[in-house]
Design a protein around this ligand. Structure first.
Ligand SMILES: Cc1ncc(COP(=O)(O)O)c(C=O)c1O
Length: 364
């Protein structure tokens, strides 16, 4: 078969290890998965109660328009309904954007290390890629501007950034957007928006009138605790959304996913509670890093990138043996660090105990 040449240089996505697999391998009764930035508090009870009695017309194709959810989200964000695009997770939206705009004749700019799907999709489409290294853990937006050429089609901004957790100050982001030519799409991937506690942070959806070339990505996978349903959305100008809709598969979100996302939007209190609990637990990691002298990146998300006293794969393996699945920085472009999803109070206590054992074993 004539596969695209680039596929010979790529690997399929390798998911982290599952709780069941780790339990079996290491003969553990309790394992906490702190590797994929899921919500340790689950999802809103509004959703679980709804699911108990959800009798939906499963034999009928989903409403490809997601009408009820669309109306609620448009009201929440004070935008037109035609400004919203739903995806099977924001992962799918990233691939829709790439498919719609990228090919071998165009150029795209993205941060590194960052969420790998931008580069992954751009490679498949054959685009020319410029990866801009983070500077002191932040996007170097001046370098982004410097990298623009007359073929640049998309600029990807991950804010807050995965895997560092760092947030671009809103004034810096706005002055960057002022410099980007209007014919370039700026994707603001904000998967962790709901966890941000910086009081200065401006909701970028409110910038859409000033910058019609931005597209804001949000997801129900993180703070809303609905990762398994695979639903995310983009907010942008109706013109951009219309073009992207030409690429979207007709029934890309299933009926149940759209229904639970809609229920979840009725419980702002749950998101508020999770943001607060996460902030309290994030402070524990900060104190731990301070006390142990380990470097930890300033995080505005539900994960932290923590320095380890040994090779990151070895550290991850050690934590795994103690029942904690984390992500080795070697796989994320941040060797010497592990990415830990901020769990519940109990999970974090256990993880920090295991981390302390690791430090002792390494004489730190
Ligand atoms: C920055 C970022 N963008 C997008 C995604 C994909 O999220 P979804 O579950 O909505 O596909 C993730 C998931 O980890 C992420 O970290």
């Amino acid at each position: 078969m004539q596969w695209k040449n680039v596929l010979s240089t790529m690997k399929p996505y390798k998911p982290g290890r599952s709780i069941e697999e780790v339990k079996k391998t290491y003969r553990l009764d309790n394992v906490a998965k702190l590797a994929s930035n899921e919500n340790p508090y689950g999802c809103s009870s509004t959703v679980t109660e709804f699911l108990m009695s959800a009798a939906l017309p499963f034999e009928i194709y989903p409403d490809g328009h997601g009408a009820t959810l669309r109306t609620k989200l448009a009201r929440k964000h004070d935008v037109e309904e035609s400004s919203i695009l739903f995806g099977n997770g924001s992962d799918e939206i990233i691939s829709i954007i790439s498919r719609a705009l990228l090919d071998e004749n165009v150029h795209t700019i993205m941060p590194t290390p960052s969420f790998p799907q931008y580069a992954h999709n751009a490679k498949i489409e054959g685009a020319n890629i410029t990866e801009i290294p983070l500077k002191d853990t932040y996007h170097d937006l001046n370098d982004f501007i410097g990298a623009i050429n007359d073929r640049t089609s998309i600029i990807w901004v991950c804010n807050p950034n995965n895997p560092t957790g760092s947030l671009i100050p809103s004034d810096e982001l706005e002055s960057f957007l002022e410099q980007v030519p209007e014919n370039i799409l700026v994707v603001l991937d904000e998967a962790y928006f709901e966890y941000v506690t910086d009081p200065e942070h401006v909701d970028s959806i409110t910038l859409l009138d000033r910058f019609p070339n931005i597209l804001v990505l949000r997801t129900f996978s993180k703070a809303y605790g609905l990762a398994s349903f695979r639903i995310g959305y983009a907010v942008g100008s109706s013109k951009i959304i219309t073009e992207l809709n030409k690429v979207r598969n007709p029934f890309n979100n299933n009926t149940l996913a759209v229904a639970v996302a809609s229920e979840a939007l009725d419980d702002d209190g749950f998101i508020e509670k999770c943001r607060k609990l996460n902030e309290i637990q994030r402070e524990r990691y900060k104190s731990f890093a301070f006390e142990t002298g380990l470097h930890m990146f300033d995080s505005e998300t539900n994960f932290v990138l923590m320095e380890v006293p040994t090779d990151a794969d070895e550290a991850s393996e050690f934590l795994l043996q103690h029942g904690y699945i984390v992500r080795s920085g070697n796989a994320l472009g941040t060797p010497g660090f592990v990415r830990i999803t901020i769990g519940s109070e109990e999970q974090n206590t256990g993880l920090l105990e295991a981390f302390t054992l690791l430090l002792q074993e390494k004489g730190r």
